[in-house]
Design a protein around this ligand. Structure first.
Ligand code: SF4
Length: 234
């Protein structure tokens, strides 16, 4: 066991835990976006940064191990300013309209969606190429959760990954193939972990487009019949 101080509170935890574990297990709130209990923490979004005495830069709580004698501040002025800026950059470049948790954080940190008016926005057409889910990468913040559950953290399918460099980085399939032509098994785990609505069940998408449950049912029956005919022919 080790002892450290978080926000002035002395905390004793098991050695090997992260600062995020230490805070949350002791009722101290640290916001996260890219972090998910089911995926490997990678400190991509940096919203969980905290101030550790003696460290020059803010530390991502999701990956930094708690150390004996550490003195940590989770809501210092520097931390709040950093989180606010991260949220403002996200809001300037992507569509957060369905990211309720992030919108709540923006309110909490007083972040303005118009702080960077000249920022280039991430634009993308909705990719509707399979019967299970649609992909709208204008809502994607590149948290990597979908890639992780598709790969070593859960499914071992490797249908999607990062592609492109720098500002052009996005999630995609190999050679931008439609989902049915990839190794995707339509397990839906990527949809389940997406924090922004960039990945959405097809049914939900069609309902939002104004289709009735009956129309969706007819659409699905037609699709099933087509695949039956296809398998009988082959
Ligand atoms: S599609 Fe969703 S889960 Fe995947 S990287 Fe983008 S925001 Fe994250």
């Amino acid at each position: 066991m080790i002892t450290l101080t978080i926000d002035g509170k002395e905390i004793t935890i098991e050695d090997g835990k992260t600062l995020l574990d230490a805070a949350r297990e002791n009722g101290i709130d640290v916001p996260t976006i890219c972090f998910h209990e089911a995926t490997t923490a990678n400190a991509i979004c940096r919203i969980c940064v905290v101030e550790v005495e003696g460290q020059r830069v803010l530390q991502p709580a999701c990956i930094v191990k708690a150390g004996a004698g550490m003195k940590v501040q989770t809501r210092s002025e520097k931390v709040i300013r950093a989180r606010r800026t991260i949220l403002e950059m996200l809001a300037s470049t992507m569509d957060l309209s369905e990211a309720d948790d992030i919108q709540a954080m923006m309110y909490d940190y007083g972040a303005s969606s118009s702080r960077f008016p000249d920022a280039e926005r991430r634009e993308s057409e909705v990719k509707d190429d399979n019967p299970m889910y649609v992909r709208d990468y204008s809502k994607c913040l590149l948290c990597w959760r979908c890639v992780q559950v598709c790969a070593d953290d859960a499914q071992y399918t490797y249908a999607i990954n990062f592609e492109g460099r720098g500002y052009e980085t996005q999630i995609g399939t190999f050679f931008d193939k439609p989902i049915p032509e990839t190794t995707c098994v339509l397990c839906g785990q990527c949809v389940g972990v997406c924090p922004t609505g960039a990945l959405k069940p097809k049914r939900e998408f069609l309902l939002e487009q104004g289709m009735s449950p009956q129309e969706i049912s007819v659409l699905n029956t037609g699709r099933k019949n087509r695949s039956k005919v296809k398998s009988q022919r082959s």
